[in-house]
Design a binder for this molecule. Sequence first.
Ligand SMILES: [Zn+2]
Length: 118
Amino acid sequence: MNCGMCEKCLRTKLVLLCANRLGLTKVFKKNDLTVGLVLKGFTVTDVSTQFCCELIRGLRKSGYKNLARAVMVKRWKYYSERIVNIRGTFAWIDKNILRGMVKHWSHTVNNLTKQPSS
Ligand SMILES: [Zn+2]
């Protein structure tokens, strides 16, 4: 018996729902699937991001617009966290490898552009 609550179970439930098979399966403790469950337990990963588009499309097509929206929110969260990570990684490279050259350079450029030309 599967828990029905973890990331893997929720992903499987969403896929089953798209195929109109969730009500028929007996592999989960509970077959319910709500926006709250998705927002709480469904996490988009490097692997599942590839399926998200199809999942969102499938949910919309089957009339589960709110669940599709919940998956979209989670996907958006995944991407926004990656952007933060990219910035963090870039700052680390600048500090440790380029010895703050980029930061210093961008400060210099910012100061130059801020100052009124005389
Ligand atoms: Zn599970």
